[in-house]
Structures are given as structure tokens and as C-alpha cells.
Design a protein around this ligand. Structure first.
Ligand code: 5RP
Ligand code: CA
Ligand code: ZN
Length: 219
């Protein structure tokens, strides 16, 4: 459809899109960028206009190539025991990282550096060149950018923003690394409503897509 095509075009250019997952899932709209398209202004947009967590979703093969686990599998604490997530089978959270050339890791410049180097890492891994990218020398953990690990078959297995963003990356022919950040409403503190998210997207010239439309068009 038109909205999906516009989203693919935006991603191919390195521009953001807004993705609403589903009313019967989180019911959230994330601002999403291909990781290679993120600069300090993009980080500023995410923290000011979205306000949620800035995360980098990595394809499963990329995460595997760099030994990036699910956080739940490596946290040695009762807190990581089985939790019933209310909106999905499991969380996609992996580690948090900073690029080694960052100072605190949280500034717009620092996070943009961490994110763009993650894009390079993902591109190398997808090209079969993970051995050429020294992930452990490039990043330290814990850090200020949350990594997310996608389901291997993306939306065939899980329809989170993690997988929706990476479906879009594949369709746009960009590296399998995408930044996602939830839009929160400054008045209510809850998720920005779909109609408010759509109005924001229209105002900013950002494509707005429904997760179900992405799945229908790209699977
Ligand atoms: C990380 C999250 C967000 O919801 C993000 O969209 C990724 O999660 P999911 O794939 O479950 O939608 O929890 O801030
Ligand atoms: Ca805000
Ligand atoms: Zn989400």
C-alpha cells in the first residue's frame, strides 16, 4: 500500500517512520530509524518528540554473530525468573552498550556514535564479515543504548516493533539494525494515541504505518 511504500522509501533514505504495533498488543507508536540514518538531531527528536527508550533492534543472525544474548538469559538474579509479559511471549531486550569513544554515553553525539557504529557492525555481520568487526573492542557494556534481539523469522514469529522495524530494513535494503523509541504523551504520561501519533507524523512529513499493514505487505 501507499503508506508502506512511503515507509520503505523513507527508510532507504535514512529517514524516520512511525510504526503503531497493534491495539491488542502494546498499543504504542515508535519513531523508527535505520541505525545508519541516526545523527545527533535524530537522537534529539527521539528524546523530545518520542520520549521513550532509545533502543537498537538487531537481527537474530547479527546478535548471534556477536554473541549478544537476551538479557533475561544472563541476569543472574531472581528478577530475571519467568515473568508473564502481558503483551507478548517474551521481551527482546539484550545488553546495553556504549561505543568506546563516547564519554558519558548519554549525550546526543555519544548515542549517535554508538548507534551508527552498531549499523556498521550489523552491515558487516550480514555481509558475512563479523570476524572483521571487533565488537568487544568497539563497545562496552553496560551502556546507554539498549540492544534488542529480534526473532529469527521476524514478524512470522513475533510482531513487536523490534521485528516490524527489521522487516522494513530488509525491504529498504539497509543494514539489519533499526532504532526504535516509544512515543509518550507529555500530558497523560501514557502511550501517545494512534490519532495523535498520526497527526505528529503528518505534521513532520514522516510516514505513519500500522504494524498489520507492514506485515501484510512485506511477509
Ligand atoms: C523497548 C520496548 C519497546 O516496546 C520497543 O518497541 C521494542 O519492543 P517490542 O519489540 O516488544 O515492541 O519495549 O523500549
Ligand atoms: Ca517529550
Ligand atoms: Zn514496542
Amino acid at each position: 500500500g501507499g503508506a508502506v511504500d512511503a515507509a520503505i522509501d523513507a527508510f532507504a533514505r535514512g529517514d524516520p517512520v512511525c510504526i503503531h504495533d497493534a491495539a491488542d498488543r502494546e498499543g504504542e507508536t515508535d519513531i523508527v530509524y535505520p541505525a545508519s540514518g541516526v545523527d545527533a538531531d535524530a537522537v534529539r527528536r527521539m528524546r523530545n518528540d518520542a520520549g521513550g527508550l532509545v533502543c537498537v533492534a538487531l537481527a537474530d543472525d547479527v546478535a548471534a554473530a556477536y554473541d549478544l544474548p537476551f538479557a533475561q538469559d544472563v541476569i543472574d538474579h531472581d528478577l530475571a525468573a519467568d515473568h508473564d509479559l502481558q503483551y507478548d511471549d517474551r521481551s527482546s531486550f539484550s545488553l546495553t552498550v556504549n561505543h568506546v569513544d563516547t564519554f558519558t554515553g548519554i549525550t546526543d553525539d555519544d548515542r549517535a556514535l554508538t548507534i551508527t557504529r552498531l549499523a556498521d557492525a550489523a552491515a558487516d555481520a550480514r555481509a558475512g564479515d563479523a570476524a572483521a568487526f571487533d565488537f568487544a573492542s568497539e563497545f562496552r557494556a553496560p551502556g546507554h543504548v539498549h540492544l534488542l534481539r529480534a526473532a529469527p523469522d521476524l514478524t512470522a514469529q513475533r510482531e513487536g516493533h523490534t521485528e516490524l522495524a527489521l522487516e522494513l530494513a530488509d525491504a529498504a535494503g539497509v543494514e539489519p539494525a533499526a532504532v526504535v523509541c516509544e512515543m509518550l504523551d507529555d500530558q497523560t504520561g501514557g502511550a501517545t494515541t494512534p490519532s495523535d501519533a498520526r497527526a505528529y507524523a503528518d505534521r513532520e512529513g514522516i510516514p505513519y504505518v500500522e504494524g498489520s499493514d507492514l506485515v501484510a505487505a512485506l511477509r
